[in-house]
Design a binder for this molecule. Structure first.
Ligand SMILES: [Zn+2]
Length: 341
């Protein structure tokens, strides 16, 4: 039933985006694993998930975008430069394959898609002039280093930052792309550089907040913007103290958060995913049976987001595997609360 719902939602999206489809001709590109990018690519408007990853990466790097993000029929993800047919000016694009990104997130993890997009973004933000038919090994390593640096800012551990390359790149590399060992080293180099600068910036400045910091007695910082002064706090407590648990339908979930006061609210889908990525910073959720007996200390719950997919359904995220699905609002799921500061 739910699978069917989700499928019809996807089909709906497909139908909708087909109206904003474009055909573009690529002359210079970098494809993540060095595959040949087709000359003619059909592009579609980007989805919210990719757009939100892009915004996170830009905010983590402190740089502003000099390119457009679109979905399209490239092999995985590619940074491309093309000539605008009317102005004859070069334009920078990032084109990603939606199916590939969806599958890689399911097969490996969320950080794999973050690190791939960060690599492609790295080409544009570093102003790389890409080559016809591919990129060059030195530029690839620079883009990988950027990906490692940004992944560290967003809270990835080194293993997560390297997951996409570890799982999918061939050992030997190609004419345009360096071997796996070199790409892993470049990511590690960016990742360590970031962690080094984090330690020194804590020494040199009076940064008010850090990810994982406890604020009050029931909130944990799960996101900071690039000023370090503002971000998001997740509630690290049972939402209903009396029942020692937090489960309800979607309306109850919204009400329970709003009743906490102090601007607590149900997180949007992207915010909920941020909480999931930082779930190790939160106390383990303890489940109780009706008679008050502890049954588990692991956090495997499925939680409501405030983001609706129709009038009568909303997105939920499974914290055990990151799966995002759309459910009728009368179902019962777990509740996490968030607030901005
Ligand atoms: Zn590249």
């Amino acid at each position: 039933m739910f699978k069917k719902l989700f499928l019809s939602f996807l089909l709906g999206l497909l139908f909708y985006t087909s109206f904003s489809q474009n055909k573009i001709t690529i002359n210079k590109s970098c494809s993540y694993y060095g595959e040949k990018t087709p000359t003619n690519v059909y592009t579609f408007s980007s989805d919210r998930e990719a757009q939100s990853i892009l915004n996170m990466i830009l905010s983590a790097s402190g740089l502003s975008s000099n390119f457009k993000l679109v979905a399209g029929d490239v092999p995985n993800a590619a940074a491309v430069i093309l000539l605008n047919p009317s102005t004859k000016e070069p334009e920078r694009y990032i084109i990603y394959n939606q199916t590939f990104m969806y599958n890689i997130e399911k097969r490996i993890n969320y950080w794999a898609s973050v690190s791939i997009l960060a690599h492609e973004i790295g080409h544009h933000l570093n102003g790389h002039s890409l080559m016809p038919g591919g990129s060059r090994p030195s530029l690839e390593l620079e883009a990988d280093k950027f990906s490692g640096f940004v992944s560290a800012t967003l809270g990835a551990n080194l293993e997560d930052a390297q997951a996409a390359i570890n799982n999918l790149v061939l050992e030997e590399g190609s004419l345009t792309h360096p071997p796996k060992s070199a790409r892993l080293a470049a990511i590690a180099n960016g990742w360590y550089e970031n962690n080094k600068s984090k330690t020194s910036s804590i020494k040199n400045t009076t940064k008010k907040h850090t990810i994982g910091q406890r604020i009050g007695d029931n909130g944990v910082v799960v996101y900071l913007d690039n000023t370090g002064d503002h971000g998001l706090i997740a509630l690290d407590d049972h939402i209903w103290a009396t029942t020692k648990r937090a489960v309800g339908n979607w309306n109850e979930a919204n009400d329970a958060c709003n009743h906490l006061g102090n601007q607590w609210r149900l997180p949007s889908k992207d915010e909920l995913n941020l909480i999931r990525l930082n779930k190790n910073l939160l106390r383990k959720e303890i489940q109780y049976t009706a008679s008050g007996e502890r049954i588990s200390t692991e956090d495997y719950g499925i939680y409501w987001s405030s983001t609706q997919c129709s009038n009568s359904s909303a997105w939920v995220i499974d914290f055990s595997n990151g799966e995002q699905t759309c459910h009728e609002t009368n179902y019962f799921f777990g509740i996490k609360a968030i607030r901005s500061f």
